[in-house]
Design a protein. Structure first.
Length: 200
């Protein structure tokens, strides 16, 4: 069982998973339950929540200098091959992880010193959705070599009312070692672009 991360908590991946080379960032959430209103029910707010997981690659100045350094549903693989998004899930249907991003730490370019893991609700303004309406949402990190869950962070709850995006966690180099910090900062944004702009 992995560590249930609290906001601001930091863990050493070399300590928790010595020799770690590849890990999976998994995002999961439950389908929003639709109310039954008969034949003439209204359909407002009856759209499934579509959460999107992304990774923003930052340089030593904490900046993203190219959209190619953002891995998301529109750019499924980093040009270095070190990060791969395994595909978009638009409903949260099914058990376990709904979206996964594979990170190969051994292949990470030296100029990338920090990875920001984010999640945002697609088309949130038009759909009138925020994280308070999302059920059982989580992000977790898994060691690919043995499928061991290293850490988990729960995203749902009333504290995220009005929030449509989140900076979940950061993976960063420190003294030639990779460490993980839980951020858990909710933001009100209309799409991933606004999150990216905050690092440009």
């Amino acid at each position: 069982m992995g560590i249930n991360l609290q906001k601001g908590q930091r863990i050493s991946l070399s300590k928790e998973a010595p020799g770690l080379k590849k890990l999976i960032c998994g995002l999961g959430w439950d389908v929003v339950k639709k109310s039954s209103g008969g034949l003439f029910q209204t359909f407002s707010n009856q759209v499934d929540c579509d959460l999107d997981a992304s990774v923003i690659c930052l340089d030593s100045n904490g900046k993203v200098n190219d959209i190619a350094n953002v891995v998301y549903f529109g750019n499924l693989e980093h040009h270095s091959g070190a990060i791969t998004h395994l595909g978009d899930n638009v409903t949260g249907e099914g058990d376990g992880d709904d979206e996964q991003i594979v990170v190969d730490l051994s292949a990470m370019p030296a100029q990338i010193t920090k990875l920001i893991f984010t999640v945002n609700i697609y088309d949130c303004i038009a759909r009138e959705q925020d994280f308070e309406q999302v059920k059982n949402a989580f992000v977790r990190l898994v060691d690919m070599s043995n499928n061991k869950e290293l850490a988990r962070y729960n995203l749902s709850g009333s504290e995220y009312k009005g929030m449509t995006g989140m900076l979940m966690a950061e993976l960063y180099r420190h003294n030639n070692e990779w460490k993980l910090a839980a951020i858990g900062n909710g933001v009100t944004v209309n799409g991933l672009g606004e999150i990216i702009n905050s690092f440009s």
